[in-house]
Design a protein around this ligand. Structure first.
Ligand code: SF4
Length: 356
């Protein structure tokens, strides 16, 4: 794990050994504060730590101000092109602003934002994106990792020269290899916390794979202090994916791990439907703000590996021909017909729940 500077985004610490936080972004119109706050509430219940909200124009300032005041999560204002919106977002109560200096064109305007952030204590995410590099940088360095890194280092220098040190940086490309190479290079040259993500990763089917590869590779290197999984899907899906990536990297256990077999010619119960139902039950219980008191749940198809895995889990079932065995903490509880297996397993999961 590399050592980074710690900054505060509202009450959430980023970097300096703090747990890796998960972010997403609202996709409701910012002017409709009620809709945004309802979505932020759902994201918070799923495990989101920091939420980003677009501020496309001054027409949304009233809605944005109310969102900042009532959000249960620290709000990052997403600003593009117009530095005055960044200044307005700080006044409106944003905990952090996300800007891409490459699309603000004028260095003086970026420095104005830096001075305002330094004076107000607002954190700043410098977001450098392969698709919106400054033309001069693109001409000199192309749009590969070196261009992302050099841009980010130069912009960070502008902010620090103006006294703003509460900085984090993202270097994103829709190309996984470019994103990973840029973040590795930046991590070797700076102590600023990194926000990881593969931008415009696409629909869930390929976006999940690209994000898991890119974010996962970096997290396993000890790089990355906060993450966002970008998917063309409801933001709630991004939080679930983010949690799973952190879990797979061994950095967080937000939901019980489901151990399930791939099924084969020996499978004698409807395993796919059972696993789907368990997954959905876990998401529903967490969305209700309940904490599930189980570390591992096994849903296994037959007696080959089933009893071993189910015994090793907190609760589990091991299928047989049209029936199966329920296990709890390594002990066989009872043998049940297939139709009673799933209800018995779900009852065990519900019984383990407590209020968050
Ligand atoms: S646990 Fe049994 S049913 Fe599942 S894949 Fe292994 S052998 Fe097949």
């Amino acid at each position: 794990m590399r050592t980074t500077r710690q900054i505060m985004v509202g009450r959430v610490a980023v970097g300096g050994g703090a747990p890796v936080s998960i972010q997403s972004m609202t996709n409701t119109p910012t002017g409709d504060a009620d809709a945004a706050l309802a979505q932020i509430g759902r994201l918070a219940r799923l495990g989101c730590d920091i939420v980003r909200v677009a501020l496309p124009s001054s027409a949304e300032i009233d809605g944005f101000t109310r969102i900042c005041a009532e959000s249960p999560l620290p709000v990052v204002a997403d600003i593009h092109f117009d530095h005055r919106l960044a200044l307005a977002a700080m006044t409106a109560g944003a905990a952090c602003i996300r800007i891409n200096p490459g699309n603000m064109k004028d260095e003086d305007k970026v420095r104005q934002v830096a001075r305002a952030a330094a004076a107000s204590g607002c954190a700043v995410r410098i977001g450098v994106n392969g698709g919106s590099l400054a033309p001069a940088v693109r001409e000199r360095l192309g749009h590969g990792p070196a261009a992302l890194v050099e841009s980010a280092l130069e912009y960070a220098c502008w902010f620090e020269e103006e006294g703003c040190r509460a900085l984090k940086v993202s270097l994103k490309s829709s190309d996984v290899g470019v994103t990973v190479a840029a973040c590795r290079e930046f991590a070797a040259r700076s102590d600023l916390p990194l926000h990881l993500g593969v931008t415009e990763a696409g629909p869930v089917s390929c976006g999940l794979i690209k994000s898991a590869m890119g974010i996962g590779a970096l997290l396993l290197d000890g790089i990355g202090e906060t993450i966002r999984v970008s998917l063309t899907a409801p933001p709630e899906e991004e939080i679930i994916a983010g949690r799973r990536i952190l879990e797979a990297a061994g950095l967080r256990q937000a939901a019980p791990e489901i151990i399930s077999c791939p099924t084969c010619g020996r499978t004698g119960i409807g395993l796919f439907q059972m696993v789907e139902a368990v997954e959905k039950a876990i998401a529903d219980l967490q969305a209700q703000g309940l904490e599930i008191g189980l570390r591992k749940i096994a849903v296994m198809g037959c007696e080959v590996n089933g009893p071993g895995e189910a015994r090793d889990a907190d609760v589990g079932i091991a299928g047989g021909k049209g029936r199966g065995i329920l296990f709890r903490h390594g002990e066989k509880v009872r043998s049940l017909p297939e139709e009673d297996l799933l209800p018995a397993l779900l009852a065990e999961i519900r019984a383990s729940c407590s209020k968050n």
